[in-house]
Design a binder for this molecule. Structure first.
Ligand SMILES: NC(=O)c1ccc[n+]([C@@H]2O[C@H](COP(=O)([O-])OP(=O)(O)OC[C@H]3O[C@@H](n4cnc5c(N)ncnc54)[C@H](OP(=O)(O)O)[C@@H]3O)[C@@H](O)[C@H]2O)c1
Length: 286
């Protein structure tokens, strides 16, 4: 019997108009011949419960959550994966016959992008700028992937300490928080430095995190969650110091690929998704 009903997926957020995940997922669905759609949907905080009811009522296969819904959605779900439980935030929901499971693929996307580039997290020493939603997800997944020490540097010291406490309590990694006072130095012995703040994001692409760039050295891996621009000033300055750099596009694409696989059960066409995203931002990769 013919099936003319598309499986629905999408993202709820506000603001959400500039979220590029839709073009990446839709390109992957088309490439794999899947009758799936991905809709970019503006949902205000007061309407989130109604939107989640609609996910069940309209038999969405899954949904992504972005700002400001990643935490507030949790009581509306049936269960969480262990990582989402520790992180305390959900960016992906899978709907199995009305049962909604919350997962967090932000950090997994980050670790997958490093592993794809041949970087091992085992026994690594990580310095993380920021302690918000992206930083929490990245820190937890890096710890679960075997990082031995994580230093959090955050403006709001209480928020930074909270993340360090969470890592110490729930993972094997040792974690400390340093205050972000003035032009902070990257601690000696750092293997991987990550900017998990939005500093440098368009339209502020002339700015970069206020750190002492002379404390970055060759041999250090430096990464950024900012994916627009594709090569933020932070990474350019790190390369000037001899470090190897990884763009936030890798994290975004890997995360989209994980979502694709959770919803469809089909292996994601990573190269195509990567090219689609880069083309959207730079016109490159055609
Ligand atoms: N590449 C990807 O796939 C991906 C995935 C998810 C998110 N992201 C990006 O990650 C970024 C952060 O998102 P989020 O959800 O974590 O945001 P968030 O929860 O609002 O957290 C923002 C963090 O950045 C810090 N911060 C903000 N402005 C700063 C400044 N001028 N100087 C120093 N620190 C500053 C904040 O410090 P305080 O605590 O002191 O306020 C906080 O720790 C966004 O740009 C987002 O687009 C990328």
């Amino acid at each position: 019997m013919a099936n003319f009903r598309a499986e629905l997926t999408g993202v709820f957020g506000d603001p959400v108009d500039d979220n590029p995940t839709g073009i990446v997922e839709e390109a992957a669905y088309t490439a794999k011949g899947l009758n799936f759609r991905y809709l970019t949907i503006k949902v205000l905080p007061q309407d989130l419960a109604a939107a989640i009811t609609a996910v069940r009522a309209m038999h969405f296969r899954g949904i992504n959550l972005t700002m400001p819904h990643k935490i507030s959605v949790i009581p509306m779900l049936d269960m969480l994966t262990p990582a989402a439980e520790i992180i305390g935030a959900v960016n992906t929901v899978v709907n199995d016959d009305g049962k909604l499971t919350g997962e967090n693929t932000d950090g997994k996307g980050f670790t997958a992008s490093l592993i794809r580039e041949g970087v091992s997290l085992k026994d690594s020493r990580i310095t993380l700028l920021g302690a918000g939603g992206a930083a929490r997800a990245i820190a937890v997944e890096c710890a679960l992937a075997g990082a031995s020490a994580i230093t959090i540097i955050n403006r709001n010291a209480a928020r930074g300490q909270d993340l360090a406490d969470l890592l110490s309590a729930k993972t094997e990694a040792s974690a400390v928080c340093l205050p972000w006072e003035g032009r902070v130095r990257v601690p000696e012995g750092t293997d991987i430095l990550i900017n998990a703040t939005p500093v440098g994001l368009m339209p502020d692409s002339d700015s970069c995190p206020d750190i002492d760039y002379a404390s970055i050295h060759p041999g250090m891996m430096v990464s950024d969650v900012v994916f627009n621009p594709v090569d933020p000033l932070f990474l350019q300055k790190a390369r000037q110091m001899g470090a190897r750099t990884f763009s936030g596009t890798g994290m975004l694409v890997q995360q989209a690929a994980l979502n694709f696989e959770l919803w469809t059960g089909v292996k994601a066409p990573l190269e195509l998704m990567d090219k689609t995203l880069r083309r959207a931002f730079t016109g490159a990769g055609r």
